[in-house]
Write a protein that binds this ligand. Structure first.
Ligand code: PMP
Length: 380
């Protein structure tokens, strides 16, 4: 099997599974309980928070454990906008964000009358910083920009965006969806981001684990209320085993990135170059400003799910668009925003890599895709 759908999800590291089981058995107390079992679980959680902040280098942040990035994005975006709504109701994002961001924005518009500006992206999918500058207003209270796009792998100019926001929108909170970047594309060391979200299962952690990193001075309106856990922003009994497994996944992924970055880039580059030579294939991932693990291409005129299943028969697992949109069978919103044709947006495929996959895999992947595309084109 060659698993090339790592942006949809990854296989948990054995160490992650092991530590999850150990913590579940040994620290089963409720961290809110006053007896020793509760105290032990609570201490473990605090330790784990410190570890994650240390591994990631996000030492100026607090951490809120969540069930994943969808929840973290919802807490961050709605929480920030609602906390600031007496200062303004203008919010800014791009049309190529994950649905958990776009839908949160649209809900703020429908339910609370927020005004949304979608900043344009260029033909490579990079957000237009001149347009960002133009749309910012004194009543802009939130800007949300993803670090790495989940369909194309394009890296957004986070540093530039943050300096523009700080200069032109003093009230605005800056949120970054960091899901596809964490463990793959380091963020700037001195990053000026208020809220950052991540997901465990994209970095060989467990599904149902994730986090929101929150700058200490940022205030969010809580809307998952109850027992006041996680700074009062995500009530509900904490999940120490999930938290420890997340810390393990982060630590290991950061180490693996150092070790395997170059071979991942070598495979990605080889795939992009060789796929580009196949008749009928159009590469959508730009060569520069893109993450080391994603290659997106289209084969206009074919039914892309058929190609997916042909590759599956050969033991190669890929995605059409992103996992979240695949079942909707709609053209890729991301590719349309980049100005690609409807045909290209309907026929896109994503290959997403992980650590330990190197250029030696390229010939088999290329041959399988080339032969399958040829067959499909011949059948038309
Ligand atoms: N943001 C991005 C960019 C993603 O790729 C994903 C996962 N597809 C999410 C958010 C949601 O993450 P989760 O599956 O943890 O809810």
């Amino acid at each position: 099997m060659i698993y090339l759908d790592n942006s949809a999800t990854t296989k948990p590291y054995p160490e992650v599974l092991q530590v999850h089981q150990q913590v579940s058995e040994r620290f089963f107390g409720n961290p809110s309980s006053l007896h020793q079992l509760g105290i032990d679980a609570s201490r473990l959680l605090s330790e784990t928070r410190k570890q994650i902040l240390h591994y990631t280098g996000f030492t100026q942040y607090e951490i809120i454990f969540t069930s994943g990035a969808t929840e973290a994005n919802n807490i961050a975006i709605k929480g920030a906008a609602l906390a600031k709504m007496n200062r303004g109701r203008h919010i800014v994002t791009t049309a190529i964000e994950h649905p958990s961001v776009i839908e949160s924005f649209e809900q703020l518009k429908t339910l609370f009358g927020f005004d949304i500006s979608y900043i344009q992206v260029n033909e490579h999918g990079r957000a237009d910083m001149t347009h960002l500058k133009e749309v910012l207003r004194p009543d802009t209270v939130l800007v949300s920009l993803m670090h790495v796009n989940n369909e194309t792998g394009v890296i957004q100019p986070i540093e530039e965006a943050s300096s523009i926001i700080r200069k032109y929108a003093k009230e605005a909170i800056f949120h970054v969806d960091g899901v596809q970047g964490i463990g793959k594309v380091p963020l700037p060391k001195e990053m000026d981001i208020d809220l950052l979200t991540m997901s465990g299962h994209k970095i060989h952690g467990l599904k149902g684990t994730g986090a929101l990193f929150l700058k200490k001075e940022i205030i969010l309106a809580p809307f998952i209320t109850g027992g006041e856990q996680e700074l009062g922003l995500r009530s509900g009994t904490e999940n120490p085993a999930g938290a420890v497994s997340l810390a393990k996944a982060i630590k290991q992924s950061f180490e693996y990135l150092n070790k395997h970055h170059d071979e991942m880039i070598a495979l990605k580059t080889e795939l992009e170059q060789q796929l580009g030579k196949i008749e009928g294939v159009v590469i959508n991932t730009p060569l520069t400003h893109s993450a080391p693990h994603i290659v997106n291409f289209s084969v206009p005129g074919i039914q892309i799910e058929v190609l997916l299943h042909m590759l599956e028969k050969e033991g190669i697992y890929v995605s059409t668009t992103s996992a979240c949109s695949a079942k909707k069978k709609e053209p890729s919103r991301v590719l349309l925003a980049m100005g690609k044709s409807e045909e290209a947006a309907k026929s896109s495929m994503r290959i997403s890599l992980t650590y330990g996959q190197g250029p030696e895999l390229a010939p088999q992947i290329i041959t399988s895709i080339a032969q399958s595309v040829k067959k499909l084109k011949g059948m038309r």
